[in-house]
Design a binder for this molecule. Sequence first.
Ligand SMILES: *Cc1c(COP(=O)(O)O)cnc(C)c1O
Length: 396
Amino acid sequence: MSITPLMPVYPRCNVRPVRGEGCYLIGERGERYLDFASGIAVNALGHGDPRLVRTIAEQAATLMHVSNLYGSPQGEKFAQMIVDSTFADTVFFTNSGAEAVECAIKTARRYHYANGEPHRHKIISFSNAFHGRTLGTISATDQPKMRDGFEPLLPGFQVVPFNDLEAATAAVDANTAGFLLETVQGEGGLAPATPEFLTGLRKLCDEQGLMLVLDEVQCGMGRTGTLFAHEQYGVEPDIMAVAKGIGAGFPLGACLATEKAAKGMVAGTHGSTYGGNPLAMAVGTTVWGIIDTPEFLANVRAMGERLRAGLEQLIPNHDALFDSVRGRGLMLGLKLKSDSRAFVAHLRDNHGLLTVSAGDNVVRILPPLVIDESHIAECLAKLSAGARDYAPPAAE
Ligand SMILES: *Cc1c(COP(=O)(O)O)cnc(C)c1O
């Protein structure tokens, strides 16, 4: 037997965390890392936030799970909070981002079905997108590494170039249900939708009765400095998938929709055993209550500006390695002139700094949203030292 008990689908690195303290992770050998990866934009409150820990302990002792056969006072309370501070009128809770996107796709298709137009099923999505790993969500990407060997995938998806309004417009036909996109692409390399693109898609949707579906699984929940990234464009979606930061480490996702968009989602059409259980709802209520405040979001913007300015200052000193800075708020990317994966490994192994590699040779910098200036200074010092003693692997 040579296969590992953990199915070997991840090329795991040699960091083996056993404890977290605020913005730091501690490994098996007691070594410390500055965690500017945050479990890939999940640990918005860092590690061990006492408010979150208390919520989980208290709710676990009170009531953890019952099933959606019963009324949910906890779910009603949290859904009301979400409805009160977003475009949405209604929410379906899931356990992950991919499930939230699945629900969003089903909601979009079902909207047209409920309107007596069941042929309008096609979802147009975009190059370099990442929407998750289910069969439905991999059908919405064009990336061979996620699709190969899993075909046939779901019919009814078409991928066109991101930020190309003309291509998106041309792809619409009589069978189109809507568009699915990340407001700021995460895995794809931190490309934000351009304002012209997003407003153009909104207009197209309004004119042709299409659903605008945003995937803010990574860029939502305060990550870009507003509760949701689309707020910065003055554009509202019809449907939106949320996850990652919404549970701050607890597995939780949500599909938000307007009343109009959720027209077809009536009793019996969708479900989840765990989705929205009392423990998840208690966590979500606590996390949302912390993130959705003017002070919290102002701190994300202020720290985001500091970090961005610091990164920009590093570029001229290391211009053989660093190309440019992209992203918004505390969803920042440092584009390299060589392989980002090798540099991420160097920062991790030799400087105790955790970041995440993304497409297009971008080093993703996704700190907890609760960082202060000392963490930024430490990150910049590590990046600068890392750039100085880095020898890029020889080009192939
Ligand atoms: C992470 C991610 C997903 C998938 O979320 P999971 O919780 O891994 O299923 C979907 N969309 C985007 C934009 C993501 O970043």
